[in-house]
Ligand binder design. Structure first.
Ligand SMILES: [Zn+2]
Length: 249
């Protein structure tokens, strides 16, 4: 079974190098997202010998206005990895100026990644799912993962129609709103994330090792018993662009 964690903040743990060996030993495919281009090199360096961890280039929406100058560095580094994140929009208690800058940065990143045609994007959309979905659109030339989706049912339906994936974390599997979202997502679009250290399990920051428990919880919610993780992860990393899914919808 291809256990995976498609949204993990490796560099925010107290001892990232030790965490790398834990993940390697556990054989869990992990996308190590970063919040700004300046920390991407560190993550790339400590994961260079890793089979299971892929460093992702990101510019977190909550840092976008403060670090907007780093967009230049982001664009320079874009060919260093196929994985992009954490990027997106966040409109929880933001000023309209801040949100506007976020949108400009997100648009620039989306366009640059679209030109490359093979990127896998892990995207934040808190209180901004409508804008995120309309900016990505229904014909995006790359793989889109909405991480920790918490928006409305109507937008969710649209995101499903658009062919996006959804990464589910432990918190989502135990909250009523999260369970409702999981019920609505087709099984073949579900991926696993921990978003550690921003989520906790047994009072400790979540690590990719939690992915198995999240899988168990999702199986219970979806009332399935088979391994959907392996085919989903394989289709995520393949170059295939959802053609079969589009025909179904
Ligand atoms: Zn995150």
């Amino acid at each position: 079974m291809l256990l995976h964690d498609t949204h993990f903040h490796l560099d925010l743990f107290p001892n990232p190098e030790e965490m790398v060996s834990i993940i390697e030993k556990a054989k869990i495919y992990t996308i190590a997202v970063t919040n700004s281009p300046s920390v991407f090199f560190y993550t790339k360096r400590i994961t260079s010998a890793s089979k299971y961890i892929k460093p992702a280039l990101g510019l977190h929406p909550e840092l976008a206005s403060q670090r907007k100058k780093e967009i230049k560095q982001f664009l320079e580094l874009i060919d260093e990895t196929r994985y992009i994140g954490e990027i997106g929009l966040d409109n929880l208690n933001k000023t309209s100026d801040d949100y506007l800058i976020q949108k400009q940065i997100f648009e620039t990143i989306l366009r640059a990644c679209a030109d490359k045609r093979n990127k896998i994007l892990t995207i934040h959309s808190r209180k901004a799912s409508k804008d995120v979905i309309s900016m990505i659109g229904n014909n995006y030339p790359g793989k889109v993962i909405l991480h920790w989706y918490s928006g409305g049912a109507k937008e969710l339906e649209k995101a499903i129609k658009n062919g996006y994936y959804f990464s589910i974390n432990y918190s989502m599997t135990i909250s009523e709103s999260g369970k409702k979202i999981i019920e609505q997502i087709p099984i073949e679009r579900i991926l696993i994330e921990t978003d550690g250290p921003f989520t906790v399990f047994s009072e400790k920051p979540s690590t990719p090792e939690l992915s198995e428990q999240i899988f168990v919880n999702i199986k219970r919610i979806k009332k399935v018993t088979y391994d959907f993780l392996s085919p989903n992860f394989k289709s995520l990393i393949s170059n295939f662009q959802f053609e079969s899914d589009k025909n179904k919808l």
